[in-house]
Write a protein that binds this ligand. Sequence first.
Ligand SMILES: Cc1ncc(COP(=O)(O)O)c(C=O)c1O
Length: 368
Amino acid sequence: MSRAYNFSPGPAALPESVLRQAQQDMLEWGDAGASIVEISHRGPEFMAVAAAAEADLRTLLSIPDDYAVLFLPGGATTQQALLPLNFAAPGQRADYVLTGHWGKTATRQAHAYVDLNVAASSEAGGFRDIPQAGEWRLSPDAAYVHVTANETIHGVEFRPAAAGGHAFPDTGDVPLFADFSSSIASEPLDISRFGAIYAGAQKNLGPVGIAVVIVRRDLLERAGQPRADIFDYRLQLAAESMLNTPPTWNWYLAGLVFRWMLDEGGVAEFARRNAEKARLLYAAIDGSGGFYRNEVDAAVRSRMNVPFFLADDAHDAAFLDGARAAGLIGLKGHRVLGGMRASIYNAMPVSGVAALVDYMQAFQQRHG
Ligand SMILES: Cc1ncc(COP(=O)(O)O)c(C=O)c1O
């Protein structure tokens, strides 16, 4: 068996040790007499798995006690619809800042429920930067402000000002909601700055099919809008995210990934590795004399998803074929942008990016 370096944007690479553990646990879980996917979610074995996953995630992300954690089916897009239902009164204003494709997706899920205000957007410039915070047209009476921490397709990320980037703004009394699907757990984060953050698991946290929502508990007191029980975060919390049968296998696997991240040194260590990987890859692109190019403003370039283009797109197919032959998969760009994209989440080792850079340089020598 030879596993490739997998640059897929999501579902994405999982750590090999996690896959091996899952393989081992697949047949029988402890002395349960059955696999973890075959036993009741309410039995002691799975309840222990769920509790450990939450405890580990709390440790990993330093989640304050006044924040609740939900593990929900339905991915990130579903949460984009549930946020207005749970936190905005019918027709109440909600502010959205668009820095790429997924911010727009969020507006499509929310617009039926709120008076949606696009407070700022970088779409006119092709989503290559983040509008300056001073230019955001925020509404004082908004239920929340929604941003996308990392735009997975456009490769645009909010970054700490100390790192020369565009930091998350202070939205005062209006809670800031952020889609962290493609950058959660990639570096230390002060969760207390947010009203809610959410993430589909399939990039940094585990397998597709489950999402994590971290929400300040006092916001759960909001009445929100008429909604079915199953869409009600407060009821989900009271039911320990088990209002209906939860995706137990996904939850269990995410728990293994949380443990792996803690064992590897936690988010501080991943921040170090992720910075190194991004540095290597952007340096290779910028140093290619225009053979490769990334079009995102340097201050807001994503550390997780690196879209890049070949100067001559006639070489795209050969680039991808050669990459696959070199053991580098998942590099085809999203159809919205074309070109290439390397997703370099926590499970991608520095050696994988080094191998990609070697391949890019060799390809340029042959075709440049
Ligand atoms: C930033 C971001 N938000 C939302 C989504 C949609 O997630 P899901 O497919 O889990 O609904 C994605 C998927 O790639 C994403 O990258």
